[in-house]
Design a protein around this ligand. Structure first.
Ligand SMILES: Nc1nc2c(c(=O)[nH]1)N[C@H]1C(S)=C(S)[C@@H](COP(=O)(O)OP(=O)(O)OC[C@H]3O[C@@H](n4cnc5c(=O)[nH]c(N)nc54)[C@H](O)[C@@H]3O)O[C@H]1N2
Ligand SMILES: Nc1nc2c(c(=O)[nH]1)N[C@H]1C(S)=C(S)[C@@H](COP(=O)(O)OP(=O)(O)OC[C@H]3O[C@@H](n4cnc5c(=O)[nH]c(N)nc54)[C@H](O)[C@@H]3O)O[C@H]1N2
Ligand code: SF4
Ligand SMILES: [Mo]
Length: 733
């Protein structure tokens, strides 16, 4: 067929914007926003065209490959699965199930194949399961679990109706929102102001979002806990709370009052890096607005105080009467109502630990900070084989540069990925799925976090090539291989036949049918796959609706304002607040995202890397001048655990004393199959972050706030010296 246009979504980031893909023969000729899409209404960002770039990328693997020495050669699917099965079964028989580890990355969540990722994890019965969540939203889930009784119950900001939006540690103008999915975030933020509301951005950097706001408050990195404690102090001591609503909805209001009795704006101001008058005003304005919401995301997740900050964010919203009310923080009613069942799922904190006893499991997985040691430390229970699925942990997680060697030393490493990346280049087998444009599905996760209830279908643009497999088919084959019983041929065949019937689309359709808009409740007005196929922009299911107390999973059906373990962790944070910074390091390093990057994996698409180098260290002019750094010059950035050399970008947008480097770069490792990215390598900022720094409660990696120092790089390439005026003797790897 020539010259046709297919409506689906861009599945690169959480926004899942509706796109129209125009195709001429087997080429994508155009990708544009779908004006009929009920959520994105025609908006797309520049990354949408990468959906075509990825499909046609000559570097994308289209057949499985096997390692031979330092290179890869093609291998047939059956041969690959047979050998993988043999080796996995032997390892499990000899060393037990924990000998096989698994890491599931971010794009897994963007496809309904994730169901089979979870099935594989279940079949493996391993304690060594890791996901990108422990460098992302884990603290937010932890706070939700302790306050609302389910980790799925992360409330979203009702941005389209609020009168006051306070953004804390998020940059939706670039990211388009996460756990508050808001495609076209810029317009939605402008609309808050257009209807007379106010927008405040609290961020150490004057971000793209801050430029749209009425006010920008340059908080000190890691200062948010103190800022929020001061806000709560003012709300409670000045009687600015919606006491009737809070007492009806929540437990622990009096405990909260006692907890914040001494956290005055004057006492908190130095730790927050924000003056007391501003803190007081933040509280008063929040209480006075007809509706208001604090929306916080990974800038405050990726901190040692990640869970505590999200707890206090939810608490500020709750005590001002803004939890579960339009314009505040709300829970969605998605077609697959996971939130309703979330409370029945076992969450479990500390059901097991890593072998050193340092890292506790949470909702069935260990924090990724534990991964390298679980591979390299000898002894029973060591990981001997790894499966990575849609992840690039060598770039995306702090491992002191040790993970690559650890992976190389495994007895077996198989990667389900379509590129030879910094991670998968160490694999014995790489098993590539079809391209996203060759999939059809209904994403079941992101409607749980959207600013509006909706159901949207992803139609296939191209038929998958003969013999190609989708992620779920690859994962299902792996399940078959490891669960084969002694009557191997038979069990394998029976499972294969069973899985062929249980496609993710069928499973999702069944979940939708039994959900709030399903056949059982709505009869002929139900949301069905058939109806969705015929409605290319999706079906709008209305604004967010109040859902408490029914949804709550706590025993007393109340929101818990002061969970016991949070109180203890907070005491630790307050005690540590007075301690000075790390000697020899005088700048706080944070991250930043760019419109044309998506974590580590879009830099091989030429249109995503054109223009000037984006992997730079952003420095305030005062800080640059004091160190003799000039625009475009190269600087060495040194932390207690690593050093990188990057170009300097000078800007008054960043708070003095703070520097920012984006993550997802560092493509200059030998053997990586990204030929375009190799020309724009950048550096791996996670070499600077210490894996030992984790959120006190959830164990997630704390990569937004690492003490570093900066110096001009030596002009001749070579190892970076320790500058003479700086105290030496810190470990540098
Ligand atoms: N310092 C620092 N580090 C960070 C962050 C930060 O802000 N600062 N952010 C963190 C966050 S929020 C996240 S989510 C993580 C992401 O961390 P990861 O999930 O580990 O890494 P990604 O960069 O998303 O890499 C995704 C991989 O999946 C592959 N892939 C893409 N689509 C598919 C698919 O459909 N199927 C399969 N099988 N593979 C696919 C890509 O080729 C790529 O190799 O990074 C984190 N790391
Ligand atoms: N273009 C683009 N979009 C993306 C992604 C991408 O890589 N590129 N990744 C996607 C993914 S996986 C995710 S999880 C989301 C993340 O979405 P966001 O949470 O919006 O991510 P960031 O843009 O990293 O925003 C974090 C902000 O926190 C600020 N910050 C750092 N430290 C602190 C602090 O201590 N306190 C406060 N208050 N702020 C702080 C940073 O300056 C930054 O502006 O984005 C998604 N969308
Ligand atoms: S914001 Fe950009 S990358 Fe994200 S879904 Fe929309 S078009 Fe795709
Ligand atoms: Mo993420």
């Amino acid at each position: 067929m020539t010259g046709r246009t297919v409506a689906r979504q861009c599945t690169l980031c959480e926004a899942h914007c509706g796109i129209l893909v125009t195709v001429d023969h087997d080429r994508v000729t155009r990708i544009e926003g779908n004006p009929d899409d009920v959520l994105s209404k025609g908006y797309i960002c520049p990354k949408a065209t990468a959906m075509g770039g990825l499909h046609h990328d000559p570097d994308r693997l289209r057949t499985p490959v096997r390692r031979v020495g330092d290179t890869f050669e093609p291998v047939g699917w059956d041969e690959a699965f047979a050998e993988i099965g043999r080796r996995l079964r032997a390892l499990r028989a000899e060393h037990g199930p924990h000998a096989v580890g698994m890491y599931m990355g971010n794009p897994a969540a963007h496809s309904s194949s994730v169901l089979y990722g979870i099935l594989l994890r279940t079949a493996l019965r391993t304690r060594n399961f890791f996901t990108a969540s422990s460098i992302d939203q884990m603290p937010q889930e932890f706070a939700a679990w302790r306050m609302f009784g389910s980790n799925v119950l992360m409330p979203v900001a009702d941005i389209d109706r609020t009168h006051r939006l306070v953004v804390l540690g998020a940059n939706p103008a670039v990211s388009n929102g996460s756990i508050t999915t808001m495609p076209g975030a810029k317009q939605r933020i402008r609309d808050v102001r257009a209807r007379g509301g106010r927008v405040v951005v609290i961020d150490p950097r004057r971000t793209e979002t801050a430029r749209l706001a009425d006010e920008h408050i340059a908080v000190r990195p890691g200062g948010d806990v103190f800022l929020l404690l001061a806000v709560l102090h003012v709300l409670l001591t000045e009687n600015l709370c919606d006491t009737t609503a809070v007492r009806a909805q929540s437990a622990g209001f009096d405990d909260l009052a006692a907890l914040v009795a001494d956290t005055t704006p004057e006492a908190m101001a130095p730790h927050a890096g924000v003056d007391a008058d501003t803190l007081r005003r933040l509280a008063r304005d929040h209480a006075a607005a007809p509706s208001a919401v604090v929306y916080a995301r990974i800038g405050v997740c990726q901190q040692t105080t990640g869970t505590l900050t999200h707890w206090l964010v939810n608490t500020v919203n709750a005590v001002t009467g803004n939890l579960d009310r339009p314009g505040g923080q709300m829970f969605t009613t998605p077609p697959v109502d996971a939130a309703r069942f979330g409370k029945y799922l076992p969450v479990g904190h500390g059901s097991w630990t890593d072998r050193s006893g340092t890292h506790k499991s949470f909702r069935g997985e260990l924090p990724v900070a534990a991964l390298t040691d679980e591979i390299t430390t000898e002894g029973p229970g060591r990981i001997r084989a790894m499966i990575t699925y849609a992840g690039n942990p060598v770039l995306s997680t702090p491992q002191r540069g040790r993970l690559a060697d650890a992976l190389r030393g495994l007895e077996l490493f198989l990667a389900v990925d379509m590129y030879i990346t910094e991670t998968t280049r160490h694999a014995d087998f790489i098993l590539p799925p079809v391209s996203a444009l060759e999939r059809e599905e209904l994403n079941l996760l992101f409607p749980i976090f959207s600013v509006r209830n909706n159901a949207r279908f992803d139609a296939r643009v191209f038929e998958p090539p003969a013999g190609a497999l989708e992620d779920w088919q690859i994962l299902a084959r792996l399940v078959t291989e490891i669960t084969r019983l002694p009557a191997r041929r038979l069990t394998g065949r029976v499972l294969d036949a069973l899985f062929a019937q249980l496609t993710p689309l069928r499973l999702t359709a069944a979940a939708v049918a039994t959900g709030p808009y399903g056949l059982l409740r709505r009869g002929r007005h139900a949301v069905t796959i058939r109806r969705l196929r015929a409605t290319p922009g999706g079906i709008d299911l209305g604004p967010l609706r109040p859902r408490l107390p029914r949804l709550i999973g706590t025993r007393d059906r109340r929101v818990h304002l002061v969970p016991d373990d949070f109180r203890a962790a907070l005491a630790r944070v307050l005690a540590e607040a007075d301690q000075p910074g790390t000697e020899g390091y005088d700048l706080q390093l944070i991250g930043r995202r760019h419109l044309r990057s998506n974590n580590s994996w879009l830099h091989n698409i030429p249109s995503m890397v054109k223009g000037r180098d984006r992997c730079t260290v952003l420095v305030h002019p005062h800080d640059a001048a004091r160190r003799g750094l000039t625009e475009g010059a190269r600087a060495t950035v040194t932390s207690a655990v690593g050093t990188v050399t990057v170009p300097v970008e000078i800007s008054t947008d960043i708070r003095p004393g703070v520097v920012a480097i984006p993550h997802g770069w560092g493509h200059d490792e030998p053997g990586v199959g990204w030929t375009v990215a190799a020309g724009h390598p950048g550096v791996n900022v996670n070499l600077l972050h210490d894996p030992a720094r984790t959120d006190y409660l959830s164990g997630a990696s704390a990569v937004n706030n690492t003490w570093v120092r900066l110096a001009p790089a030596p002009t001749d390439p070579g190892p970076a010296p320790v500058p003479a005026d700086e105290p030496a003797g810190q470990p540098v790897s």
